[in-house]
Design a protein around this ligand. Structure first.
Ligand code: NIG
Ligand code: FE
Length: 418
């Protein structure tokens, strides 16, 4: 049983002996930390932690973390990292004045990514996504959700989900796969959208389930994409196949998407830039988590979700990157945490809880990830020397992740290329 001991930790972050499944409202500011601590991992799991005076004498591997902090790995519960090409030409069009919705209406946006993905081979897609996965691991991400949704045909949606299955097989971090056939109505179905919905329900969903390719089902329920009524039908069909919902909602308007997700018993409703009292009230009456994606609001120049009001109302906020080529071409969770503090007025402690434990809960991984707790995976990162916890979001442009440990083993990018 190999053991790994981290000693002289300046601050051990999100350390708990009585694990919580999520954290909400005022509790979000109460981040459990231990100063001058040790952490012992055994056989890939967290064995124990405590104050330095109680530190075990030795272990197979010992790391001295003097001046450094230890965080549980980030849990990124919303990404689209399987894609064929970047979209910086649309970025420039937006600088010139077009909106995200205008670009989409002109056949750009998601449909642009779909054309490129349909032309790419499964191997090419795998290589690109594998590189992105390693990139986000190097930023400290230790659990991730990945969506399909750039296929938009039976064959290409299955191709994307098979890429995610291949990633699952080789990834050093756990992955949840989400089927997002209802990401946009393909151009050829523009005048007959009902036929596309029927394709999703009658052909795509059964095929996805037959190959066991997805853990969740997503719908882009928003202005110009799928209506509340269409979303309800797709999520009902998914539920009949045993797939839980996790949806995109209220990014572009007050559409009722949040309520549609809640009605379907969604694990999470994501984006929520347009959230008012009715949405907050509905969320409070449910177990559905609000997942906020501030790097998308930053990149598109749209309003930020009202995180402060949500937390003050008692909700458990989740943070994720939304890493994708159109609205958030970054998978850096520490930037998301910084934006949550800078732009949404979340306290550093709240943002860290949202990006770890609540992120794990939004992927139903809270039993194994999201905090430093005995029995959970020994997946965490050690920072560079830092003066305080708040320094992490404050120094928003600095990469402060120095050492990555996954399942009790020190990880380096070259390991994955062997
Ligand atoms: O989460 N909003 C919908 N889907 C993605 C963006 C997709 C794209 O533009 O490629 C998102 O922002
Ligand atoms: Fe998204």
């Amino acid at each position: 049983m190999p053991t790994l001991l981290i000693k002289n930790i300046k601050t051990l972050v999100q350390a708990e002996t009585a694990p919580r499944s999520l954290v909400k409202g005022a509790e979000m500011a109460a981040l459990p930390v231990l100063h001058d601590a040790y952490l012992l991992a055994k056989d890939g799991r967290i064995h124990s932690f405590g104050p330095m005076p109680e530190c075990p004498e030795t272990a197979d591997t010992v790391i001295d973390a003097s001046g450094r902090m230890v965080f549980p790995s980030w849990c990124d519960s919303h990404t689209h990292i399987v894609f064929a090409a970047s979209r910086e030409e649309e970025f420039v069009s937006r600088i010139r004045g077009l909106s995200y919705e205008e670009i989409a209406q002109q056949g750009g946006g998601i449909l642009n990514s779909a054309r490129r993905l349909q032309a790419a081979s499964e191997d090419e897609l795998f290589e690109g996504a594998w590189k992105r996965l390693q990139e986000v691991i190097s930023y400290g991400t230790g659990a991730i959700e990945i969506k399909s949704g750039y296929g938009l045909s039976l064959e290409s949606e299955l191709k994307m989900l098979r890429v995610i299955r291949r990633l699952k097989a080789v990834s050093p971090i756990p992955i949840k796969a989400t089927f997002l056939g209802a990401h946009a109505v393909p151009a050829e179905y523009k005048e007959r959208r009902e036929d596309y919905i029927s394709l999703i329900i009658k052909e795509m969903l059964p095929a996805v389930v037959a190959e066991n390719l997805a853990d969740y089902c997503d719908v882009f329920c928003d202005q110009g994409f799928f209506t509340v009524e269409e979303t309800g039908r797709i999520l009902d069909a998914a539920a009949q196949h045993g797939l839980k919902a996790k949806i995109h909602a209220n990014e572009l308007g007050y559409t009722g998407g949040v309520q549609a997700g809640i009605a379907a018993g969604a694990i999470s409703v994501d984006h929520l830039e347009y959230t008012g009292d009715a949405e907050i009230e509905a969320l409070l009456q449910s177990d559905t988590l609000p997942t906020l994606l501030p790097s998308c609001a930053f990149f598109l120049g749209i309003p930020y979700a009202p995180a402060r009001r949500m937390i003050d109302a008692g909700l458990p906020v989740v943070l994720a990157t939304d890493f994708n080529p159109g609205s958030s071409p970054s998978g850096r969770m520490s930037l998301v945490v910084a934006l949550a503090c800078i732009k949404m007025k979340m306290l550093p402690e709240e943002a860290i809880q949202a990006a770890t434990l609540n992120g794990a809960r939004a992927m139903e991984m809270e039993d194994t990830h999201g905090s430093i707790a005995p029995g959970k995976a020994a997946s965490f990162f050690i920072t560079q020397p830092m003066p305080s916890l708040a320094y992490l979001p404050y120094a928003f442009g600095t990469d402060l992740v120095e050492t990555i440990v996954l399942n009790g083993q020190v990880w380096s990018a070259s390991d994955s290329n062997k």
